[in-house]
Structure formats: structure tokens, C-alpha cells
Design a protein around this ligand. Structure first.
Ligand code: CP
Ligand code: NVA
Length: 310
């Protein structure tokens, strides 16, 4: 059974194959209008969402299938009345695919282990592979290539987006620099950095973590940031996080250190005045809505591929 849980599980050739299929589906969506005929996607949500929920449901409908929104808050699983194992087994008797957005990554792994149908990770605290696959598509469209570029990620780096970027960039030959506070709770997990360095090394691709935002941004082709208040972060941490992360805010001054033709990315949702200023996210270098659109096309490719494999 093939699942889509983390980009670490996928080789460069497999990621390229996903991207090629996404390009094809985006170019000729009508050719794929029946490939999911009468297939059912169950979408389990333990956290909020705009893009993931609507792009998966729309994608499934556009390919002839259907999707059920299943809220963890009103589920026996969420109430602690049913195990993840039984949930996986029951859903496998009704549906053809599961997409889940959960807090704990281990629960996602268990869901996949016990499901007889493909499971797609729609975000955990640890990883956000659908986002980064879509972002690779968006970078390819804007830059004409992926390998050899340099991406600088600024801000809270102990999060799903940073970890998936580390896996995705290192696999695809894109240099990645992470600029984050020198405080453990804001740094990427060291085993993820180690894996990325090892994956990158044979191709001469660079993986760096620095605590100097200007060093991270200098000459970069892509400046990427993400929420300082990820869904899993308690609201009472807001003031403290703002203080610590403000030096890593992406503003016009920081953008000036990047390449002249640099693009700005944020997976959204974005808070203006926090991880970036409004002039950057709403400015001419920003491609954030192309990123959002490409969730639709890339996730169609994931669903088609997994359905063909199962
Ligand atoms: N980028 C992203 O996953 O957005 P949502 O939280 O709205 O799904
Ligand atoms: N790091 C963010 C990504 C949102 C799509 C979060 O987990 O909330």
C-alpha cells in the first residue's frame, strides 16, 4: 500500500514524477475528469484549514469523485472512544482514500499502518508534504528549474513546513538556508537537518542553519516564511514568540539582500506585520496565491498516483 506521509520516503525521481503528472493535470484537467469516478476521499481534520480542505475536495470533485469532511472534534476517535487502528480499518471499508490533518505525526503513521487504502498527510506538527510538493511545482513554474536554486527560510523553523522543505530541497538539489533564533524550540529537529545534509551531499547541494537572517537571505532566489503561530502553538505564547522572531521578519529591508529577481513564498495563512510585512506579501515578488492554487493540481497528482498504485 502506497501512502503520502513524508517527502523523506520519496526519491528525486519519484518527486519528479509527481511534478510531471501535476503539470500534465494542470495543463489538461479535462483529461482527468473521470479518473476518480465514484471514488470517495475521507478528510479527517483535527486542526483548522482553508486551502487543504477546499483544494482536496475540489480536486476530488473535478476528477469525478467525492469527499467527506470528517471533523475529529465530533468523532469517537477525537473523544477517545475509538482507536486510530479501528478508525483506519473502518474507513478502509467505505472509502478509497484518506487525507488527514493531525497534531501528532505518530498518529498519522499509525493511521497509514492500519489502513488498507492510501493515506495522505494533510499536515502534522512535524511535516507538510502536500504543501512542499505544490511549492516545488510553483518554483519550477516561476524559475524554470528547481536544481541549483537557493531557498532561504526565515522564522520559526521547528515546524512542519521547514522540515518538509529540508527534505524536499535536499532531495531535489536546491540549496536551503534556514535562518532562525538560536533557541532550541525555534530550530529544526537535528535529525531532519542531518538527513537533509546527507541527502544533499552527493550532488553538492548545500544545507545550512544560521541564526543571522541576513546571512540566510543574501543572494537567495527564494525567500520563504511561515506562520509564527502555527496551529499547534498555544495562543498565550504569542507575545514571547513575537519578541524572539521579530529579527527574522521578512520585510523590504531583508528582501533587498536576496537576488534581484527573488520570489517571496508563504504557504498561508499569513499574518501581515508578523512573519512578513504587508508590502512584501502583497508586493510584486510575492507568489503566495500561485502556491495556493498549485495545491489543487499537485494534490490531484498525489491522489491519481496513489489510486493507481493501490
Ligand atoms: N497552507 C495550508 O495548508 O493552508 P490551510 O491551513 O488553510 O489548509
Ligand atoms: N506551520 C503552519 C502551516 C500552516 C499551513 C501550521 O502548522 O499552522
Amino acid at each position: 500500500m502506497s501512502h503520502f506521509i513524508t517527502l523523506k520516503d520519496y526519491s528525486k525521481a519519484q518527486i519528479k514524477a509527481f511534478l510531471e503528472l501535476a503539470v500534465e493535470i494542470k495543463k489538461d484537467p479535462k483529461n482527468y475528469k473521470d479518473v476518480m469516478h465514484r471514488k470517495m476521499l475521507v478528510m479527517i481534520f483535527e486542526k483548522p484549514s482553508l486551502r487543504t480542505r477546499v483544494s482536496f475536495e475540489t480536486g476530488m470533485c473535478q476528477m469525478g469523485g467525492d469527499a467527506i469532511f470528517y471533523d475529529m472534534a465530533t468523532s469517537p476517535l477525537g473523544a477517545g472512544k475509538e482507536t486510530i487502528e479501528d478508525t483506519a480499518k473502518v474507513l478502509s471499508r467505505y472509502a478509497d482514500l484518506i487525507m488527514a490533518r493531525l497534531f501528532e505525526h505518530d498518529k498519522m503513521v499509525q493511521l497509514a499502518r492500519h489502513a488498507d487504502i492510501p493515506v495522505i498527510n494533510g499536515l502534522t506538527d512535524f511535516n507538510h508534504p502536500c504543501q512542499i510538493l505544490s511549492d516545488l511545482l510553483t518554483i519550477q513554474e516561476h524559475k524554470g528549474t528547481i536544481a541549483g536554486l537557493t531557498l532561504a527560510y526565515l522564522g520559526d523553523a521547528r515546524n512542519n513546513v521547514t522540515h518538509s522543505l529540508l527534505y524536499g530541497c535536499s532531495q531535489m538539489g536546491m540549496n536551503i538556508r534556514v535562518g532562525c533564533p538560536q533557541i532550541e524550540e525555534f530550530c529544526p529537529f537535528s535529525d531532519v537537518v542531518r538527513d537533509a545534509v546527507e541527502t544533499a551531499r552527493p550532488g553538492g547541494t548545500l544545507v545550512n542553519v544560521t541564526h543571522d537572517p541576513i546571512e540566510a537571505a543574501t543572494g537567495a532566489d527564494i525567500i520563504y516564511t511561515d506562520s509564527w503561530m502555527s496551529y499547534h502553538v498555544p495562543p498565550e505564547e504569542k507575545d514571547e514568540r513575537l519578541n524572539v522572531l521579530m529579527p527574522y521578519q521578512v520585510n523590504a529591508n531583508l528582501m533587498q539582500h536576496a537576488a534581484a529577481d527573488a520570489i517571496f513564498m508563504n504557504c498561508l495563512p499569513a499574518m501581515r506585520g508578523f512573519e512578513q510585512t504587508a508590502d512584501v506579501v502583497d508586493g510584486p515578488q510575492s507568489i503566495v496565491f500561485d502556491q495556493a492554487e498549485n495545491r489543487l493540481h499537485a494534490q490531484k497528482a498525489i491522489m491519481v498516483h496513489l489510486t493507481e498504485q493501490s
